[in-house]
Design a protein around this ligand. Sequence first.
Ligand code: KG4
Length: 337
Amino acid sequence: MNAILGIESSCDDTSAAVIIDGVLRSNVIASQKVHEAYGGVVPELASRAHQQNILPVVSEAIRQAGITKEQLTAIAYTRGPGLMGSLLVGTSFAKGLALGLGIPLIDVNHLQAHALSHFVKESETDEVPEFPYMCLLVSGGNSQIILVKSAVEMEIIGRTIDDAAGEAFDKCAKVMGLPYPGGPHIDRLAAEGNPKAFRFSKPHIDGLDYSFSGLKTSFLYTLRDNMRTDPDFIEKNKADLAASLQHTIIEILLHKLGKAVDMHHPKHLAIGGGVSANSGVRDAIAAFCAERGIRAWIPKRSFTTDNAAMVAIAGAMRMQPGERGDLSLPPFARTEL
Ligand code: KG4
């Protein structure tokens, strides 16, 4: 039996998952509500919550998988990028457990894990993408277009030069007075609104890179200017504002993705990261791929946000026969792929 435990603690979700002989058997996620009151993730509170959650979450993942910890054959953990204090909790726990059980330890890059999340199988018959494929990774911290050539070889061909798509959702939601994180609230409101009611500025930058800071400013100015004459402007227009914002973010994402597809002609296109949970993004990607004859890989919502299932599969795919892992590797807060 090959039983890999994945551990994820890069930001504000503590997660553990077990993959047995290639099939996911458990994926436990403890989200941290403590940050809501602060309108964003507070790093010190995140690492404290990870410290409290990690043992129960890992124990529960092993229990739900129907095995004991002694039956684990390897541990994969997120080494970075992320918040250093958060990463230290998962890294130290993974190292201690691997050392105690005498089993190999595999370090995983969080961004690579997102890009490989489509390989998580919930049953043996689940299909997976074919290499090479293109991946649009859109989260609270990243907006990237990645060429995924293999489980270990990935090339970022487009990246954000300022805010990530998730930040655009969250920051605009915040100025509308919506709770943190705002992305899911915008998604919900957008379903009731007119996506063409308002126009916001779109970036004009060369190549495949993204920029979302201009949109944020344009959104803010629209609210400010209209509230001068109507203090209830936001309340009266919140569905249309949300729909128009979401529509503009999707147009920005698809514009560069279209260019990337024209340059690289992928047969498969995957999306990942928290923003790939957005209903509008999912529909737009499905339509975009259908028009171009590309196979779309749209993750289940449970695999869009940070989760250890993707870490376990990335570890399993990266692991070389006989590899033991390096217990001396420190976590890293920032990196490319
Ligand atoms: O990948 P993720 O869980 O972690 C970080 O990178 O932080 O992404 C979180 C981001 C947040 O910005 C959140 O607002 C956004 O994903 N998000 C959404 C939706 N669900 C989560 N954005 C738009 N629509 C959604 N349904």
